[in-house]
Design a protein around this ligand. Structure first.
Ligand SMILES: [Zn+2]
Ligand SMILES: [Zn+2]
Length: 242
């Protein structure tokens, strides 16, 4: 499984960082978690074969996780007509907004090649290589937000999305199961609290993104030796193989 960090910034982009988007590739497919970066531009610059994109999973409806979805959805509807993929959104409201934009932008609407769904239940997606499950977080009070577990090629990857700042509520199974990589945010709680919470985490690699304030990078680097798994702090464009 190949993980490319298209955008690693927190809620605000910087000169060298887009907002959150992560491309996960298997041998045959490509999957996006979040679309905060200008995802379509990023995929084209990577020379990614757009026909490989199979599904997009949005963790929650904040702009830093969704801004890039409009280009990602409008271009396949009139230009890249060989693209064929599913998009999973946390709530029906998001689908309404996207459909409104597509209509405004060119009289476009979702089609049998660009399919929009809301996340329902635990098991969200399955194809012949990849299975994706959703785990709710309390990041937005009274509204849905999710982290996603991706399982393919004998590997497990968990991506936290944004979490509840009080409880750092990533799922308990990460303390029972040794996933190959755990991508976690660090913007809604201090780095010290995250490090403390990670003490019992069994992930082989902990990859921290969405870091704010940036002084947290130094705290995380200093704490790396005391963490059970390897700590990775990726920049935009960085690739992690698991
Ligand atoms: Zn965010
Ligand atoms: Zn958020």
């Amino acid at each position: 499984m190949k993980i490319t960090f298209l955008g690693t910034s927190h809620g605000v982009q910087a000169a060298d960082r887009y907002c959150q988007s992560i491309l996960v590739e298997t041998e045959k497919g490509g999957y996006l978690i979040d679309a905060g970066a200008p995802v379509m531009d990023c995929l084209i610059r990577l020379n990614f074969d757009l026909r490989k994109l199979k599904a997009v999973f949005i963790t929650h409806s904040h702009n830093d996780h969704m801004d890039g979805i409009f280009g990602l959805l409008s271009l396949p509807l009139w230009y890249y007509t060989q693209m064929d993929f599913d998009v999973f959104l946390p709530e029906q409201k998001a689908i309404g907004c996207i459909c409104g934009y597509l209509q405004l932008s060119g009289g476009l609407k979702p089609s049998d090649r660009v399919r929009l769904h809301t996340v329902e239940g635990r098991e969200v997606y399955q194809d012949d290589e990849m299975a994706v499950s959703a785990f709710g977080t309390g990041h937005i009070k009274g509204r849905p937000a999710y982290g996603y577990l991706l399982e393919a090629e004998g590997k497990k990857l968990y991506i936290s999305g944004d979490l509840d700042g009080e409880t750092i509520d990533y799922p308990a199974f990460l303390e029972e199961t040794a996933v190959d990589a755990f991508v976690v945010e660090c913007a809604h709680f201090s780095a010290e609290r995250l490090v403390k919470r990670l003490e019992n985490c069994k992930a082989r690699r902990v990859i921290v993104v969405h870091v704010w304030p940036v002084a947290n990078y130094d705290i995380l680097r200093r704490a790396a030796a005391g963490l059970p798994g390897d700590l990775i702090l990726p920049n935009d464009g960085e690739i992690v193989m698991i």
